[in-house]
Every structure is written in structure tokens, then in C-alpha cells.
Design a protein around this ligand. Structure first.
Ligand code: ADP
Ligand code: ADP
Length: 229
């Protein structure tokens, strides 16, 4: 069954008298462990869709379900807790906290979920080791290379064993070789944990590596066959 889904989702941005109608009537269902790419031109609404799926923004119409829970029915606090427990986020820019070490950055979501410090430290350290950052635990983001920062961000996204990771061009800011390494690492860890992945990307080569490829075009979400990608 679905770990994350939306039904009849619509989003219109309103700024003064200006209305930007991004999409309406979108349906998407992502099963446990399934990996889904969302392709689409710049401005097609990919980030908007990901924000709505992650409960970071409220749709104009329609519903989002995360781990069986209707997002609109939850209080802000409950939605925040669900997001921290059931979802992981990786963006184009790492969004690590600059004053904290790699280890502390990864520990944060674990601590927020109620685990104690030693448990959080143990799990975070082990995950940082599996992304190849075992020797960078005490480094702050500013002391890490671009690829290392994104690997730390991947570790942070996965540390609570979420049902689904939402990725918005997570390797878009890296050179091709580093991007490929970080992407393969993320995919391998997702598979290992049976975590679903919804990945917004404009890179068709990356998209082709996932189970399903969707294209957002003129407000419609269409599934592409792997031959079309
Ligand atoms: P993509 O991620 O595919 O590039 P976005 O979801 O960022 O597309 O944007 C879709 C459309 O919505 C664009 O026309 C964009 O200008 C508009 N948009 C995005 N965010 C906002 C916002 N906060 N306020 C107004 N319009 C927005
Ligand atoms: P890249 O070659 O990927 O651009 P950098 O030249 O930024 O990487 O960094 C090379 C290595 O040195 C990285 O592994 C990084 O962790 C480490 N490093 C970079 N800056 C610092 C710093 N200020 N303090 C400690 N280690 C650093």
C-alpha cells in the first residue's frame, strides 16, 4: 500500500491580483520501497508538488496522505512530528546547520523524534560511516566538500528510517562525477532500508535508474515508459 499519495491535488499561488495556476487534479501513489522520478521543465511545478507532498505548503484543493495519515487533518505540531518521523528531505543545497558538526546535524532529527543522546549519536555515526563520512564526524559543513555535504544531507534524511525520501535535485549542484556517486549512494541506502523515494530531477539519466518516471507538463502528471525517458 501507499506510503505517500495525493488525490486531486491542486495548487494556485496568489500574489495580489496575480494568480499562478500550477496544476490541478494531480493523483500520485507511491508504494513502499518504490522509487519515482518527477521530470519536467523549469517552472512546471515540480518543487511545488514536492512541497505539498512533504506538508511544507497547503494545497488549494485535494489531499495528501503520508504513512496513512491525511495531512490536512493534522495539527501543525502533529504534521511536523509526522514529517520528522516518516519523511526525509534532500535539497539541491544541503541546508545543514553551519554551527553544528556533521554528526550533530544528523543527530538532530533523531533527537527530535524523542531518542536519547547516546542512541542518536550511535545511529547517526553508523549512518555517516555508511555514506563514507566516518572520518568527518566532527567537521562542520563549511569544512566539508560539496559532495561530502550532500552525503551528510542524505544521512540526515535517512537517519529516522523514513517511509519516504523527498529529493529536490539533490545532486543538481555537484559536478557530474560527484553527482553520480552521491546519487548511487542515496539509491543504495534507500533500497537497503526499503525507503521510497520521490526524486525531482531534470536529469533523465538519473530518472531512468528509478522504478517509475513521471513527467509534469502543463499541469498534468504523466507516466513515461523507460524507453521514452
Ligand atoms: P519547478 O520546480 O518545476 O521549476 P515550481 O514549483 O518552482 O516549478 O514553480 C511552478 C510555478 O509556480 C512557477 O510558475 C513559479 O513561478 C510559481 N511559483 C512557485 N513558487 C511560488 C510562490 N511562492 N509564489 C508565487 N508563485 C510561485
Ligand atoms: P573538493 O576537492 O571536493 O572541492 P575541498 O577541496 O573543499 O574538496 O576539500 C577537500 C577535503 O578537505 C575535504 O574532504 C574536506 O572535508 C576537507 N576540508 C576542506 N576544508 C576544510 C576545513 N576548513 N577544515 C577541515 N577540513 C577541511
Amino acid at each position: 500500500d501507499a506510503v505517500i499519495s495525493c488525490q486531486d491535488l491542486a495548487m494556485t499561488y496568489a500574489e495580489g491580483s496575480l494568480r499562478t495556476h500550477v496544476f490541478h487534479g494531480l493523483d500520485l501513489e507511491v508504494r513502499k520501497g518504490e522509487t519515482v522520478a518527477i521530470l519536467g521543465a523549469s517552472g512546471a511545478g515540480k518543487s511545488t508538488l514536492l512541497h505539498l507532498l512533504g506538508g511544507l505548503d497547503t494545497p488549494t484543493a485535494g489531499e495528501v496522505f503520508v504513512a496513512g495519515q491525511k495531512m490536512s487533518a493534522l495539527s501543525d505540531a502533529a504534521r511536523g512530528a509526522l514529517r520528522n518521523r516518516a519523511l526525509g528531505f534532500v535539497y539541491q543545497f544541503h541546508h545543514l546547520l553551519p554551527e553544528f558538526t556533521a554528526l550533530e546535524n544528523v543527530m538532530l532529527p533523531v533527537l527530535l523524534s524523542g531518542a536519547d543522546v547516546s542512541e542518536a549519536s550511535k545511529r547517526s555515526q553508523s549512518l555517516l560511516e555508511s555514506v563514507g563520512l566516518g572520518h568527518r564526524l566532527q567537521h562542520k559543513p563549511g569544512e566539508l566538500s560539496g559532495g561530502e555535504r550532500q552525503r551528510a544531507a542524505v544521512a540526515r534524511a535517512l537517519v529516522n528510517k523514513p517511509a519516504c525520501v523527498l529529493g529536490d535535485e539533490p545532486t543538481g549542484n555537484l559536478d557530474e562525477k560527484t553527482a553520480a556517486t552521491v546519487f548511487e549512494l542515496m539509491l543504495a541506502l534507500n533500497h537497503e532500508q526499503h525507503t521510497s523515494l520521490v526524486l525531482v530531477t531534470h536529469d533523465r539519466r538519473l530518472a531512468r535508474r528509478l522504478d517509475r518516471v513521471m513527467e509534469l507538463h502543463e499541469g498534468k502528471l504523466r507516466q513515461l515508459s523507460h524507453d521514452e525517458v
